[in-house]
Ligand binder design. Structure first.
Ligand code: PXG
Ligand code: PLP
Length: 435
């Protein structure tokens, strides 16, 4: 029976195209999905950058099932439950030194809006209430809520939605095909692009700027790896001017770049980190904001019976999400997954860069277990060539993701070398056909 697909308005989907030729998933385990007909699909993108330990991992499944039976829900305001505290303690063991406080949300978008509100409120509780301006970066992706699209820099996600938040500005993106095409790992050129923040400080004055938010590796826009020295320079400029630095680690968190967080891979500690996705291995929606001790402490003043931060979600620290996250962190620890990308990245890089020279491949980018393959668009039809490759790979039993004309890869961190070979071989054949 053909399922009725009319009622569901699908997110970030070409709805009409999809409903004419649906791609349905019915089952998942390890490195694979299966369609309802039982066709096996290799997962080249960890679902949507989130299933870092692979699918249907026993400790996570068990934790969720047991928690659902024991306590389905507990209100998070003026109440707590043991797993929320246990999870926060576990998370701060993974963060850079000093990032000791955890605020729970349900998604990356909520984490971003929470972090932006925290930054503005932090300056206010310290008596610098004029610091309200937020700085993002061109081509940034910070989710889809109004705060996130305001600091974000992907035009399609912004242009339909009016005037967005006031008082936001953007530094330049770091993509530079002319100087950096086919760099293996971090590109050599572009640290000086961080100085664009000095331009905005000169324009607005530092006393009006609350925070700068960037992804350590820009994922959604097509995998842009930060140039050597760039993030260090951004950190220095923020320090010079009393501006908070927020790393949006929704994709780079939980092992994607070879360390628990991108902050550790790049050796730069932000003031606030936003995470989601891999925190529960994608199994239950959850996000978190990880914060330096002194930011949290600045709020802890006034009468003790008063709420210090007027913010939170009905489902903050949801028991099922906390259980899933604890099962996830245990799985990551058991199998060394948070550093596994650093061992596999050489093989992954070689495989990806073997695609250099194929028709229409104009750049290949990689770091840890993230890869980007940028294609020359068909004249007058942006995004179509990459979408053709995506559809071709799906037919061949491989799931990839495309954004603009870039193929983005972010396989589960349990991937083995033969899977990498199959992934890259399938993409190579599809690129040759997308002529
Ligand atoms: N920040 C970053 C850096 C992200 O990558 C979000 C925030 C938002 O998270 P939620 O959980 O609200 O979706 C993300 C999410 C893509 C793609 O095409 C990437 C994301 C979401 C949807 C599509 O690469 N990342
Ligand atoms: N809208 C209404 C009318 C609500 O009562 C609430 C929460 O109580 C919300 C939105 C926010 O929902 P959530 O806390 O799940 O983000």
């Amino acid at each position: 029976m053909l399922q009725d697909m009319d009622a569901y308005w699908m997110p970030f989907t070409a709805n009409r195209q999809f409903k004419k030729a649906p791609r349905l998933l019915a089952k998942a385990a390890g490195m694979h999905f299966w369609t309802p007909e039982g066709r096996e699909i290799l997962d080249g993108v960890a679902g949507l950058w989130c299933v870092n330990a692979g699918h249907a991992r026993p400790k996570i499944v068990k934790a969720i099932a047991e928690q659902a039976a024991e306590m389905d829900y507990a209100p998070p305001f003026q109440m707590g439950h043991p797993k929320a505290f246990a999870l926060a303690e576990q998370l701060v063991k993974l963060t850079p030194p000093g990032m000791n406080k955890v605020f729970f949300t349900n998604s990356g978008s909520e984490s971003v809006d929470t972090a932006l509100k925290m930054a503005i409120a932090y300056h206010r509780v310290r008596g610098e209430g004029a610091r309200t301006r937020l700085i993002g970066r061109e081509r940034g992706y910070h989710g889809v809520n109004f705060g996130g699209i305001s600091v974000g820099g992907m035009v399609a996600n912004r242009k339909m939605f009016g005037t967005l938040l006031a008082g936001v500005d953007h530094i330049r993106h770091t993509h530079d095909l002319a100087r950096n095409a086919f760099s293996v790992g971090q590109p050599a050129h572009g640290a000086e692009l961080a100085d664009d923040l000095e331009r905005l400080v000169a324009l607005h004055d530092a006393s009006t700027i609350a925070a700068v938010i960037v992804e350590p590796v820009a994922g959604s826009t097509g995998v842009l790896i930060p140039p050597v020295g760039y993030l260090q320079r951004l950190r220095e400029i923020c320090d010079r001017h009393g501006i908070l630095l927020i790393f949006d680690e929704v994709i780079t968190g939980f092992g994607r770049t070879g360390n628990p967080f991108g902050a550790q891979t790049f050796g730069v500690t932000p003031d606030i980190m936003t995470v989601a996705k891999g925190i529960t291995n994608g199994a239950v929606p959850m996000g978190a904001v990880l914060v330096k001790q002194e930011i949290h402490d600045a709020f802890m003043q006034g009468p003790e019976h008063l709420i210090e931060f007027f913010h939170g979600y009905t489902y903050s620290a949801h028991p099922l999400a906390c259980a899933a996250a604890l099962g996830t962190l245990e799985t990551y620890a058991d199998e060394g997954l948070l550093t596994r990308a650093s061992q596999l990245q050489g093989y992954f890089a070689d495989a990806l860069h073997s695609l250099k020279g194929l028709p229409h491949v104009i750049d290949i980018r990689n770091l840890g277990l993230v890869g980007g393959i940028e294609l020359q668009p068909f004249a007058g039809q942006p995004t179509k060539r990459a979408f053709d490759v995506f559809l071709d790979c799906w037919e061949q039993g491989v799931m990839i993701r495309t954004t603009g004309d870039t193929i983005a890869l972010s396989p589960p961190l349990i991937i083995e070398k033969p899977h990498i070979d199959r992934l890259v071989d399938t993409i190579a054949a599809a690129i040759k056909r997308a002529a």
